[in-house]
Each structure stands twice: as structure tokens, then as C-alpha cells.
Design a protein around this ligand. Structure first.
Ligand code: FES
Length: 147
């Protein structure tokens, strides 16, 4: 019986201790790298050619809005008219506080009182100096989805 080499003994001991872990130093040069999983399409639940569902249209009142937790994260949805929706990142550009849902034609940040136009996200009153970041959304049947 041949004497085991020092490497064989060490690798055998390590394999016994950390069996689930791949021991690259113990593998031969003919090993192939692990298969790469297929890339995600990121479009789960996208029936009908729409994007990621965010909310039911009926859940966003005309002339108002709501904050939903959708595929891209939190999205502030506003619905200026029956057949028009807009989306914004609800993170205030001033210091990162989440803004409130629209009240009438404005969106207010509870952090330091900035006010934004609910129709287009433009800043109307500081301290924020820029408006809310738009998020592309659209109506798809009875739902609001990412565009
Ligand atoms: S974080 Fe919104 S006004 Fe300061």
C-alpha cells in the first residue's frame, strides 16, 4: 500500500471537517467551474405584455395616490385623472425621508417640509432643490405596472 502524500492527508482531513465546502486546492486541474445559473428575466408575473404589477388601478384614487412596494422597490403612484397614472421614487431628494402620499395637488415630505407637485413631482417648496425622481409606470388592464 503506497504511503499517502502529505497533501492527500491534509485534504482528506479538511474534507472531513468542511465537507460542503469545495476544496479548490485539492481538486485536479481537469475540474470544470460550476454551471452559471440562467440570467433572470426579472419579469415575473408579466402577463399581457406589461411590466411588473404594482397595484390595482382601483386602489389608486383619481386625484390622489398611494405608496406601494413593487418590483423596483417603493413607488409613489399618483392618478391625476381617470386614465392617467404617474410614478415617482418616494425618497425625498433633500435627505432621503419617504414622502407622504399626495394630498390634493401636492406631496409633502414629513422630514423638513418640502412640497412637490403631485402631477409631475416638481419641487414647489424647499429645502429640497430638485423634484421627485420619476418611475415609468402605465395602466395595463385593471392594473398599474412598470413601463
Ligand atoms: S428629507 Fe424631505 S425635506 Fe428634508
Amino acid at each position: 500500500m503506497p504511503d499517502p502524500t502529505r497533501r492527500t492527508v491534509v485534504c482528506g482531513l479538511l474534507a472531513g471537517l468542511v465537507a460542503p465546502v469545495s476544496l479548490a486546492a485539492c481538486s485536479s486541474s481537469t475540474d470544470t467551474p460550476p454551471a452559471t445559473p440562467p440570467a433572470s428575466t426579472g419579469g415575473g408575473g408579466t402577463a399581457g405584455g406589461g411590466g411588473t404589477p404594482l397595484a390595482k388601478l382601483a386602489d389608486v384614487p383619481v386625484g390622489g395616490g398611494t405608496i406601494v412596494n413593487g418590483g423596483p422597490g417603493k413607488v409613489l403612484l399618483v392618478r391625476p385623472t381617470e386614465n392617467e397614472v404617474r410614478g415617482f421614487d418616494p425618497v425625498c431628494p433633500h435627505a432621503g425621508v419617504t414622502v407622504s402620499a399626495p394630498s390634493g395637488s401636492t406631496i409633502t415630505c414629513p422630514g423638513h417640509g418640502s412640497v412637490f407637485n403631485a402631477s409631475n413631482g416638481d419641487v414647489q417648496k424647499g429645502p429640497a432643490t430638485t423634484g421627485l425622481t420619476p418611475v415609468a409606470v402605465k395602466i395595463n388592464g385593471d392594473s398599474i405596472v412598470t413601463a
